[in-house]
Design a protein around this ligand. Structure first.
Ligand code: NAD
Length: 495
């Protein structure tokens, strides 16, 4: 890992690309307009970015469709697609310093996380799907003797991936990996807050030999280019990660256009339940803090509702407060930093407003809040005495705010955990094997962690129940989202 000075020196040498990547080339938006992307750690403008609109989306979709129909990627042997995608994964790793730096400057997240988790995670996702693509088979149906019915999977066509700013490249690759491996043409729409790593990936894909127009990157502002893609009659599938609010709009766009598939990974308000019988409360407290404060709390699956048995409540909260100190914000380019800046000043104001609201509703502010200095920094907040009916317990704050809710029985803990419009993740800590299984089965969430928070790798599906979304990212299940299922009947001559 480089020192803070070395990262700053690398920053001076960066040549940042802000143009869209269409048909294998960097290009300005059709009307030449741009918007600024800002470093939230010091509010400096990093670069001007092409502000793509519907006309740019039309251009990119036309190229994506033509490449799909020509079969330059969709009909390429899976073993060959694999080679090119593995090359891309290798290139991501070779460019790890540049990509990690772009990610940290653009998002405010600590460089040690970008360099050790986000960018390696992106490469790993590409590699995992590359390796899977020539190892998946079709089926033969158990029909009567004189027919043969095969069930095969085919690429769906043009896929638009619309992604958020909290793990810009990593989450993008959870989508690009299976969508490209399946043979689709993919258009990536990064968040207006964090377009830099996605744009850089365009050039790497070109260098890896992925044919022009198979992978394109369209930056845009707010809803502009994303909505154009979601309404486009020639886009076959939207894969989205972001807020539940936008997820709803995308489903409307699909319904009002061509019924394209819409796969949503949306918000969360996740419960982390600590029972009094857990033998290592210190360890559970460390993970409760990390589960909530990692990535400035800007994590869909952050452990934001901490449900603690009343018999250990005060002792446990003191341990979590001590563990939270490790997340005092620092310059994201300092390799020791475990917490950087929030995404922007507007978001910081929103987070601090939620804290105020919580206190006004009767919660106690145990620690944290505004952190001085230029940049959008907030120190880890712990609110105790939270009632699950309060807005701070029901709405996604998406910042470093931990809401502590006491409970007195297992049934009450399960009821509180499930009393949420979201159902992304949930965790419980106990030494009782029966309770572990009993509670895990009752939790309405896509991922349940027992005696850990947030274990995960590419082998398992990730996604939510209820308003946290549909479909799943990661694992082989994700490939099916980007494929059509075809049944083919062959009648044999009677014999
Ligand atoms: P967002 O919904 O505001 O934006 C996500 C993306 O959609 C961005 O690229 C944005 O430009 C685009 N967009 C905005 N309005 C649009 C519209 N009307 N039509 C089409 N596209 C539009 O989300 P965000 O603020 O970037 O990210 C934070 C959210 O992402 C949180 O709610 C978080 O829970 C969620 N998230 C979910 C997961 C998951 O896997 N479930 C993972 C990470 C983040």
């Amino acid at each position: 890992m480089h020192t803070q000075q070395q990262w700053q020196a690398l920053k001076q040498e960066l040549a940042i690309e802000g143009r869209a990547f269409i048909n294998g080339q960097y290009q300005s938006a059709n009307d030449g307009t741009t918007f600024a992307t800002i470093n939230p750690a010091n509010d400096e403008v990093l670069a001007q970015i092409a502000r793509c609109q519907g006309i740019d989306a039309d251009r990119a979709v036309e190229v994506a469709r033509a490449r799909f129909d020509q079969g330059v990627w969709s009909q390429m042997a899976p073993s060959q697609r694999k080679v090119l995608m593995l090359r891309l994964a290798d290139l991501v790793e070779e460019h790890i310093d540049t990509l990690a730096l772009l990610e940290t400057l653009d998002s405010g997240k600590p460089i040690r996380h970008s360099a050790s988790t986000d960018i390696p995670g992106a490469a790993q996702a590409l590699r995992w799907y590359a390796e899977a693509v020539d190892k998946t088979y079709g089926e033969v149906a158990p029909t009567e003797r004189d027919v043969v019915a095969t069930i095969t999977h085919e690429a769906i066509g043009v896929v638009a991936a619309i992604v958020p700013w909290n793990f810009p490249l990593w989450l993008a690759c959870w989508k690009l990996g299976p969508a490209l491996a399946a043979g689709n043409s993919v258009i990536l729409k990064p968040s207006e807050n964090t377009p830099l790593s996605a744009l850089y990936l365009g050039q790497l894909a070109h260098q890896a030999g992925i044919p022009a127009g198979v992978f394109q990157v369209l930056p845009g502002y707010g809803h502009e280019v994303g909505e154009a893609l979601a309404r486009h009659p020639d886009v076959d599938c939207i894969t989205f990660t972001g807020s539940t609010r936008v997820a709803r709009q995308l489903m409307v766009c699909a319904g009002e256009s061509n019924l394209k598939r819409v796969w949503n990974e949306a918000g969360g308000k996740n419960a982390n339940i600590v029972f009094a019988d857990h033998p290592n409360l210190e360890g559970a407290a460390e993970e409760a803090a990390a589960g909530c404060f990692y990535n400035q709390g800007e994590v869909c699956v952050a452990a934001t509702r901490l449900l603690v048995h009343e018999s250990i409540h005060d002792r446990f909260v003191a341990m979590v407060e001590a563990a939270a100190q490790r997340f005092t914000p620092r310059d994201p380019l300092d390799p020791e930093s475990a917490m950087g800046a929030l995404i922007d000043q507007e978001h910081k104001a929103k987070v601090l407003d939620y804290v105020k609201q919580g206190v006004a509703a009767g919660a106690n502010l145990r620690c944290g809040g505004d952190h001085p200095g230029p940049g959008a920094f907030v120190a880890p907040v712990i609110l105790t005495g939270v009632d699950n009916a309060m807005a701070v317990a029901r709405e996604e704050i998406f910042g470093p705010v931990l809401c502590v809710i006491p409970f007195s029985s297992e049934a009450e803990a399960v009821a509180i955990a499930n009393d949420s419009p979201y159902g992304l993740g949930a965790a419980l800590w106990t030494s009782d094997l029966n309770r572990a299984h009993r509670v895990a089965r009752q939790l309405r969430a896509g991922s349940v962690w027992i005696n850990n928070y947030n274990e995960g790798d590419m082998t398992v599906p990730f996604g939510g129940y209820k308003q946290s979304g549909n479909g799943r990212d990661k694992s082989l299940h994700a490939i099916e989202k980007f494929m059509e299922i075809k049944t083919t009947w062959l009648r044999l001559e009677s014999y």
